[in-house]
Ligand binder design. Structure first.
Ligand SMILES: Nc1ncnc2c1ncn2[C@@H]1O[C@H](COP(=O)(O)OP(=O)(O)OP(=O)(O)O)[C@@H](O)[C@H]1O
Ligand SMILES: [Mg+2]
Length: 325
């Protein structure tokens, strides 16, 4: 089966006043139907820029420079805004970490849902309202009718996030890009959100790109893990492979920083800073922070992504051999 969504060698820059920020430097990923792909990496790695590029929503002064984004065999970078408008929401949807900025504060929840249904399905206002109420009931929100007439700021954080997930998935997209959807939620709400995502996957075969800093969430949810660093994928593995042998020293460092995976631990920072994305050199981007770096690492160009074993890839000259425990 060919992948549902395939990103190939994607490069994206921000043409900022302070210089050209090379946010994505050759991102590759493949997502299959019903698959949950975890996208992991510290702040600034390029996770959100990847998601926004897929949606065709990269804001100014950001621009996709090269590469391709195949969805069901068509390159979304070439289809034009008309097709993109049809694709967004209906085929590929995005849900953000912060519903307060993702939802319009000046419109009621109902108005936003109605607007979306009407734009995509040509429903009447009345039907769209009924559909909206049904949608909110589906995600287990109490008093759906009243909620239709509420504004985002009137909802609790957890409820707003649920509303956003409901809106994002209402047109039954095949792909959901979930950007930090479970962050900033307490444990109960987070479990509830993960349960909803799992249900969408199981019942509709929805494929999910799960963007998170949270290794515990990934261990529970993901089939495969992609680790991003400085705008590149530096490791790809099944969850099992990843926890057995996080081969990139960066991945290893992240796992090592967590005493136990079954606890509510968040990623701890790895010492040092990622490289300046305005001034990337042709060398390993993790070099300055790497505990495995050798003389050979310092003299060679940026390492290429290469297989370690079936389904496990790493961009590193000196991958870690052992497991992190
Ligand atoms: N509008 C912008 N102008 C300039 N640079 C930007 C802009 N938006 C993002 N970037 C840069 O692109 C890079 C990738 O950002 P991105 O938001 O994708 O990171 P992220 O992995 O989602 O991080 P986080 O975990 O903090 O959400 C960062 O270095 C960031 O500084
Ligand atoms: Mg982000």
């Amino acid at each position: 089966m060919p992948p549902l969504l395939e990103v190939r060698d994607l490069h994206a820059h921000f043409f900022a006043r302070e210089g050209v920020v090379k946010a994505l430097n050759g991102v590759n990923l493949a997502l299959h139907e019903g698959e949950v792909l975890g996208l992991l990496g510290e702040s600034g790695a390029g996770k959100t820029v990847t998601a926004l590029s897929i949606m065709g929503l990269l804001p100014y002064p950001g621009k996709v420079i090269s590469g391709s984004i195949f969805y069901r065999g068509r390159d979304l970078l070439t289809v034009g805004e008309g097709v993109m408008r049809e694709t967004r929401g209906k085929e590929i949807a995005i849900a953000f970490q912060d519903p307060v900025t993702a939802l319009n504060p000046r419109l009621t929840i109902g108005a936003q849902i109605q607007e979306m249904f009407r734009a995509h399905t040509g429903m009447s206002k009345k039907d769209a309202r009924q559909a909206g109420i049904g949608l909110l009931r589906d995600v287990g929100l109490p008093d759906a009718e009243r909620m239709m007439d509420s504004y985002v700021f009137q909802l609790s954080g957890g409820m707003a996030q649920r509303v956003m997930l409901a809106i994002a998935t209402s047109l039954r997209p095949s792909v959901l890009l979930a950007d930090e959807l479970t962050s900033n939620l307490d444990v109960t709400l987070q479990a509830d959100m993960l349960q909803r995502l799992r249900k969408l996957r199981d019942e509709r075969g929805m494929a999910i790109v799960l963007i998170t800093h949270d290794l515990g969430v990934l261990a529970q949810m993901a089939d495969r893990i992609l680790v991003m660093y400085a705008g590149r994928i530096v490791e790809e593995a099944s969850v099992r492979q990843f926890y057995r042998r996080p081969a990139h020293p960066y991945s290893y460092g992240m796992l090592k920083a967590i005493p136990r995976l079954d606890r509510e631990d968040r990623l701890l920072p790895i010492p040092g800073m990622p490289p300046d994305l305005r001034d990337l050199k042709d060398e390993c981007p993790f070099l300055a922070r790497c505990f495995k770096a050798t003389v050979a690492c310092r003299t060679q160009p940026t390492p290429r992504f290469a297989p370690l074993e079936e389904g496990h890839y790493v961009a590193c000259y000196n991958p870690v051999e052992a497991r992190a425990d």
